[in-house]
Design a protein around this ligand. Structure first.
Ligand SMILES: C[S@@+](CC[C@H](N)C(=O)[O-])C[C@H]1O[C@@H](n2cnc3c(N)ncnc32)[C@H](O)[C@@H]1O
Length: 261
């Protein structure tokens, strides 16, 4: 019954209830039913009240480019990966997403060193990179995607988002390296994190490093708890800002657990 109601939208249900009431009224009028029937007596037992009768509209995520450069390296952040493996058992199979996987070296790192038993998906907004990776991929534990809407919602145990939520251009103002691109906005940071949050399971972990703004400022932070893995930042990372563009010194957190939807 739950399945049936899940496929119906509000209008269908209201229509069905109206049809049912008309039938009952007709039957009552034609004396097939001897007593008046209260509609809720019939409807209530079959409706699971926990179901919210909203139309089922697939969520379409709008994924926008953050970091423009594709710089990456095999085992780029060993000081973080090692600590993450102390919190999340690497000997179990997890479903992992490398958000902003670039040419796949982060995925190779996780697959060959840290999470050998896991299934790892890589997402990058640059379709030509993903098309090439997909063509040459022979590893059944690895899949590549360029369209975020092809990924399953609430399905990942761990999401790594390393050196993606920034755009080095803005750091010109802060005397850091400059590439091409637009100034990085808090809105873009927050929207991208909202997409990432939709993909992560409750109790899943988000490992997020080298970001322009700090995760605690995001609107999803309230759903997460900090897992303090006592790691230090390397000095090639972005200067951290709060949402009012004020510098935050020594922001130490990189691992967060989603504690509710
Ligand atoms: C600097 S690379 C980081 C690669 C890898 N995570 C690492 O740390 O070595 C940033 C990558 O993020 C990708 N990217 C930027 N915005 C993205 C988005 N909204 N969705 C998916 N990928 C994105 C870029 O195309 C680029 O390949």
């Amino acid at each position: 019954m739950k399945d049936i109601f899940e496929t119906l939208d509000k209008i269908t249900i209201i229509t069905n209830i109206s049809i049912l009431s008309s039938v009952l009224l007709l039957k009552y009028n034609s004396n097939k039913i001897k007593q008046p029937v209260i509609l809720t007596d019939i409807i209530e037992p079959i409706i699971d009240k926990s179901i919210i009768f909203e139309p089922i509209i697939p969520i379409k995520m709008n994924n926008t480019q953050n970091q423009i450069t594709t710089t990456t390296k095999f085992d780029r952040y060993p000081h973080i990966f090692k600590k993450v493996c102390k919190i999340i058992d690497p000997n179990k199979e997890h479903k992992i997403l490398s958000f902003g996987c670039s040419t796949g070296l982060e995925i190779q790192t996780l697959n060959k060193i840290y999470f050998k038993k896991s299934k790892i998906d890589g997402l990058d907004i640059k379709k030509y990179i993903i098309d090439n990776l997909s063509k040459s991929n022979t590893n059944n534990n690895i899949k590549y995607y360029s369209d975020i809407n092809k990924l399953l919602l609430n399905s990942y145990d761990i999401i790594f988002c390393m050196s993606v939520l920034l755009n080095d251009t803005y750091n010109l103002v802060l005397n850091k390296k400059v590439y091409s691109g637009k100034p990085y906005t808090f809105e873009l940071f927050n929207n991208t994190l909202n997409n990432i949050d939709k993909l992560l399971k409750v109790n899943g972990y988000l490992c997020i490093y080298n970001t322009h703004f700090i995760f605690s400022e995001s609107s999803i932070f309230k759903k997460y708890k900090i897992i303090n893995i006592n790691t230090c930042k390397s000095n090639d990372t972005a200067i951290n800002l709060n949402k009012h563009n004020k510098v935050v010194n020594n922001y130490p957190y990189v691992l967060f657990q989603k504690i509710r939807l």
